[in-house]
Design a protein around this ligand. Structure first.
Ligand code: FES
Ligand code: FES
Length: 171
């Protein structure tokens, strides 16, 4: 066992953990933050996506002990108190979910993706990688979100929600 401190959604928690415990299991089983979902537990579905220092990661592939001292944000930390994040509202407005199982991962991943796009990071479908500003087309959104699967097939609504939120951020 090792003793670690994790900072999740702004709150610090001390945990005694076996070094092999994944960040996903630490969040869900030890901290009770069950918003982050376990789909495949092997890095293939994106359901477990959380933000670490603003960057998206698959928490099922991460060991909790690696993340001491980092700022971890889960879906429980995305809203501003009782006010949902505009992206969460956009998911509802655009029917970006059905069963909702993939949604926490989609929301965290989309926020990480929008931050990546803001830095000018190109993707495999970017036509002009030297462009000063890369247009966030639907093809870009789909490619950049391709690590997040939705078994309900709510992809059109997910893309629409992300597009709407990105447009709102630019205004
Ligand atoms: S549960 Fe982590 S990628 Fe599927
Ligand atoms: S809404 Fe059901 S898996 Fe995506």
């Amino acid at each position: 066992m090792v003793e670690i401190k994790l900072r999740v959604n702004g709150a610090e928690a001390a945990l005694d953990l076996e070094p092999r415990v994944s960040l996903l299991d630490a969040l869900r089983e030890r901290l009770g933050l069950t918003g982050t979902k376990k789909g495949c537990d092997q890095g293939a579905c994106g359901a477990c996506t959380v933000l670490v220092d603003g960057e998206r990661i698959n928490s099922c592939l991460a060991l909790a002990v690696q993340y001491e001292g980092r700022d971890i944000t889960t879906i429980e930390g995305i809203a501003d108190g009782d006010r949902p994040h505009p992206l969460q509202t956009a998911f509802v407005r655009n029917d970006g979910l059905q069963c909702g199982y993939c949604t926490p991962g989609q929301v965290c991943s989309a926020l990480g993706m929008l931050a990546e796009h803001e830095t000018g990071m190109p993707s495999i479908v970017t036509e002009d990688v030297a462009a000063e500003s890369i247009p966030l087309t639907d093809a870009e959104i789909r490619e950049r979100m391709s690590g997040n699967l939705c078994r309900c097939g709510a992809y059109n609504g997910i893309v629409a929600a992300i597009r709407e939120t990105a447009e709102g951020m630019r205004r």
